[in-house]
Write a protein that binds this ligand. Structure first.
Ligand SMILES: [Zn+2]
Length: 274
């Protein structure tokens, strides 16, 4: 995968980067778009050279003055004819976008340059999407975007623009939309059930919040109504999307969301050096 930062594609500095700064913890979803701009040759959704890529990034800077003179997406992806994926920094990872109403803060907006509704999919699309998934996984596991993907549709880990409520768009086009489910970047063990001893640690961590969220309740290592309520309260307090316990309350196979668990441990006074 090739990553091009703004300086690499020579963003016109007369048009400053737009959007408001926003931290990685607040990014809970990925939105996929297409730009509806196609290549002039026979392979309309494939790009041959990095010069073309840079040219189009500079065009995208000025293409929607109504949304502000900047690339409206956080990132723009180009499927290269040799099978590589060129991922270009639009507003970047730490700025709000202008790509999907009501989701410009919570979502990283990634647009594929091309028209995936009317034109054929690029030859190497599966590889391109796998590369994107690897990049997203790294954001989540290594670069502090620990909540990325916590808000997602039932059947996939990223949203297509058309999944958003009250939109009538076909974006990102059916050839891309049909393959979005293949973009998987959330580690599976993240969603696995927790054993009794882990639940005990969780319950103790809830009790050790300031102010405590599980005070006076029994540390029994079994998820139940009290644990669920405390986890929900914690998520609300941390401004995560409240989800509580995943699975039936009282079910020993239930779990909580990995981001919640992680934050719970780091914020518990039990784990702090005093
Ligand atoms: Zn869109």
């Amino acid at each position: 995968m090739i990553l091009l930062r703004r300086a690499d594609w020579e963003a016109d500095t007369d048009f400053p980067r737009r959007g408001h700064r926003i931290g990685p913890l607040r990014r809970t979803e990925v939105f996929v778009h297409h730009t509806v701009i196609v290549d002039a040759d026979a392979t309309r959704n494939e790009w041959e050279t990095l010069d073309e890529v840079k040219f189009w990034m500079r065009r995208l800077q000025r293409i929607r003055p109504d949304l502000g003179s900047d690339v409206p997406y956080n990132m723009v992806a180009f499927c290269m004819s040799d099978g590589d994926l060129a991922l270009c920094e639009g507003r970047g990872l730490y700025r709000t976008g202008a790509h999907a109403r009501n989701h410009n803060r919570s979502a990283l907006g990634i647009a594929f340059h091309g028209n995936f509704e009317d034109e054929a999919a690029p030859t190497h699309l599966d590889t391109n999407l796998a590369d994107l998934a690897t990049w997203l996984r790294n954001l989540r596991n290594v670069r502090g975007f620990v909540n990325l993907g916590n808000s997602r549709p039932k059947d996939k880990q990223v949203w297509g623009h058309r999944d958003a409520k009250s939109t009538r768009t076909v974006c990102p086009g059916e050839k891309l939309y049909d393959r979005l489910a293949s973009i998987r970047f959330i580690d599976e063990e993240d969603e696995f059930a927790m054993d009794k001893s882990t639940w005990k640690v969780v319950q103790r961590a809830l009790q050790n919040q300031t102010p405590p969220l599980y005070a006076g309740k029994t540390i029994d290592g079994r998820p139940g109504k009290n644990t669920n309520t405390a986890v929900l309260a914690f998520e609300k307090r941390m401004r995560l999307q409240p989800r509580g316990v995943v699975g039936t309350s009282g079910d020993s196979a239930a779990a909580i969301w990995p981001a919640t668990r992680e934050l719970l441990f780091v914020s518990s006074t039990e784990f702090k050096d005093v």
